[in-house]
Ligand binder design. Structure first.
Ligand code: ZN
Ligand code: ZN
Length: 220
């Protein structure tokens, strides 16, 4: 991140590592949002009052200036050498989910025109790396983005939900049926995209859908 040469390709130098804000307990048992206090069975106000198609959500780090740069470099600037580091963080953050049992990892898909423009799907790269690390099967073809949408960063809260509504579809239901699925993405902002993916997967017969992201937007 700072340009210093280090000996391993899946870590940061000590100074950069200091900058990382890992999400640690206490956090909401369901959505993983950091909480001021609580134990292993504490839920946030939103989860107590609302149902969600997502069972558990976990994220490794808080979304801040540092993680933003790490993720944007990975996403747009071909810095995929950080895939091992980020996959390791995902695996760490996902311990609760892996304990529950996982059958299939699925990346949040890009619409095909965006994939051509960007050359690779950052979530699929993370998924492949995490699949290796955790010994879990990954699936790249069942969940499809069927609608071109505005980048979510250009929408505010309510519009984000509308923007991705019915944007995803499942092509091979037989791959999904009865499976415990974990969706992989880089950032959890409002969760609209992940929830929309989860809805499509549940409709196709998934037993459960969890979400694992590198970073999560947290209110200060
Ligand atoms: Zn550094
Ligand atoms: Zn919650």
């Amino acid at each position: 991140m700072c340009g210093k040469v280090i000996s391993s390709d899946d870590s940061l130098c000590p100074e950069c590592f200091e900058e990382v804000n890992f999400i640690t307990k206490p956090y909401c048992k369901r959505c993983g949002v950091p909480l001021v206090s609580g134990g292993d069975e504490t839920y946030c106000v939103t989860c107590l009052n609302k149902t969600s198609p997502l069972r558990l959500c976990r994220a490794a780090v808080k979304y801040d200036e540092f993680s933003k740069k790490l993720i944007l470099d990975f996403k747009f600037l071909d810095h995929i050498e950080n895939k091992k580091l980020l996959a390791r963080w995902l695996y760490m953050a996902g311990q609760d989910i892996f304990k529950e049992g996982v059958d299939l990892l699925i990346p949040v898909p890009l619409y095909y025109t965006r994939l051509i423009k960007r050359k690779y799907n950052q979530s699929a790269i993370l998924t492949a790396e995490l699949a290796k690390l955790s010994g879990t099967e990954a699936c790249y073809k069942s969940l499809k983005k069927v609608k071109h949408t505005l980048p979510q960063v250009e929408c505010d809260g309510r519009r984000r939900k509308l923007n991705v509504k019915n944007a995803f579809d499942v092509l091979h239901c037989d791959k999904i049926k009865g499976k415990r699925i974990v969706l992989i993405d880089d950032v959890y902002t409002t969760g609209s995209t992940l929830k929309e993916c989860a809805k499509a997967l549940k409709k196709a017969g998934a037993k459960s859908v969890d979400a694992l992201t590198v970073a999560r937007v947290c209110k200060k």
